[in-house]
Ligand binder design. Structure first.
Ligand code: GDP
Ligand code: MG
Length: 415
């Protein structure tokens, strides 16, 4: 029986509206977007500009994003696949003592699988480094089965011991409750979520104390729901080792100054007691240059520039060093993981910037990466799905959060 024309049009229009709604929902899921936090009136980013970037939105000293320039691999020596030297079951493989590392919730299984799929297809299916998963509650059978099916490499699952995750006993509960309220009124994102504070503390100075990591040398942190876009054909961990690098990043950003208001003064107190830990060739300029007007006043001197640690490749000796062990302990006792919302990104960055020789910090320009809403997209024939030089697919003002130019100014691009 023929369907009347009007009915067919109506059905067609309904389908189109449905598809439009689905696409809109997918693109603008507000819970998925982690924007840098905004404090109105104080270095608050401008509202979205229409069209081209305002000159002020562009990092100073750049007329274009350096990732628009053609680039390739870092210098040799680079270790590559040759026969079965990186085969998953090769007991004498060329792999070094390293792991991919994820703190993740059971509920984030699909997002974790997506991150794994990207990293496996661009890199790890060649090198087969193990995955180590951490959770504050036991992983479900489904989580273990599906993630282990997503790689040929070994997978390990660990529940974080209570004493590593719990709010420390010396934190004053009343002061913490009051602080959360105040930070929330100032617009500091996630400041009311206990688990977020706990996660930041754990990522800053606790994760590597788990027995499973005691003997591990390098890790590459991978979050659920991130993307990797570019084929990488060398052993990234070997690169770190062979080139004497201790910390690798893709992006650096500004932070919410209210989340770290006393981090710098606490750091200065620590340094006054331990001047011997300050590296000669440090990157203090990156930490102190005022990039966003007003930030340094709120933070008492810290630029808020930090390596965006949802991507982080590092040598664990960095955190096991006497300098960092004592520094983390000092910060932990000061309480700012709870009375403020110190993130692992600024804490790691301040430590790396002060205690480490800046030549040991490496920008992985060739690892195409996205964690909503920012990208690292090189101009490199091995990339698919990311536009060279695109920094964000969010609103234009997000471009003003880019701190890469400050790092390059103080440490250079090739470090
Ligand atoms: N198991 C577990 N993982 C968490 C918890 N909170 C955060 N994470 C993980 O920690 C990482 C950072 O958290 P996320 O919500 O992405 O923070 P954001 O990137 O700062 O927005 C992600 O890998 C999360 O899966 C938690 O309470 N339990
Ligand atoms: Mg995240």
């Amino acid at each position: 029986m023929a369907i009347p024309k009007a009915m067919r049009y109506l059905a067609g229009a309904t389908c189109l509206i449905f598809i439009f709604l689905l696409v809109t929902l997918y693109r603008t899921d507000p819970t998925a977007i982690k924007l840098p936090t905004i404090k109105p009136g104080n270095g608050a980013p401008k509202p979205a500009a229409k069209g081209a970037l305002e000159p002020g939105d562009r990092p100073q000293g750049w007329d274009h994003d350096p990732q628009q320039d053609p680039s390739g691999e870092p210098p040799e020596p680079l270790h590559r696949v040759n026969g079965d030297n990186y085969a998953p079951d090769n007991a004498n493989s060329d792999r070094i003592n390293a792991t991919l590392l994820s703190l993740v919730r059971n509920e984030e299984l699909d997002d974790m699988l997506q991150s794994m799929q990207d990293l496996e297809s661009t890199w790890n299916h060649k090198f087969n480094y193990p995955w180590t998963f951490f959770n504050d509650v036991p992983f479900t059978k489904e989580f273990k089965e599906k993630t282990s099916a997503a790689t040929k490499a070994k997978t390990h699952y660990h529940t974080i011991p209570k004493e590593h995750w719990e709010i420390p006993s010396w934190i004053n509960k009343d002061l913490y409750t009051e602080s959360k309220k105040m930070l929330s009124e100032k617009g500091v994102q996630y400041s009311e979520m206990d688990s977020y504070h706990q996660m930041c503390r754990w990522n800053s100075g606790v994760f590597y104390k788990h027995p499973a990591l005691e003997k591990v040398q390098y890790y590459w942190r991978v979050e659920p729901k991130v993307h990797f876009f570019c084929g990488v054909d060398y052993d990234v961990f070997r690169y770190m080792q062979d080139h004497n690098k201790t910390y690798g990043f893709t992006l650096t950003l500004l932070d919410s100054p209210d989340s770290v208001a006393t981090l710098w003064p606490e750091t200065m107190k620590f340094l006054a007691d331990h001047p011997e830990y300050e590296a000669k060739n440090n990157a203090k300029g990156f930490l102190t240059e005022e990039k966003e007007k007003g930030h340094n006043k709120i933070t008492n001197g810290y630029s808020t520039c930090h390596f965006w640690s949802n991507f982080e490749i590092a040598n664990l000796d960095l955190w096991r060093s006497p300098a960092y062990t004592q520094y983390f302990d000092h910060l932990d006792k000061a309480g700012g993981f709870f009375y403020e919302r110190w993130g692992d990104a600024p804490v790691h960055s301040v430590a790396v910037g002060l205690f480490e020789d800046k030549s040991r910090v490496h920008w992985f320009r060739d690892i195409g990466y996205q964690h909503i809403p920012f990208f690292n997209c090189p101009n490199n024939g091995k990339c698919k799905g990311c536009e060279a030089g695109r920094f964000t697919d969010g609103e234009d003002w997000l471009n003003s959060q880019d701190c890469r130019n400050v790092w390059f100014k103080h440490a250079g691009m090739e470090a």
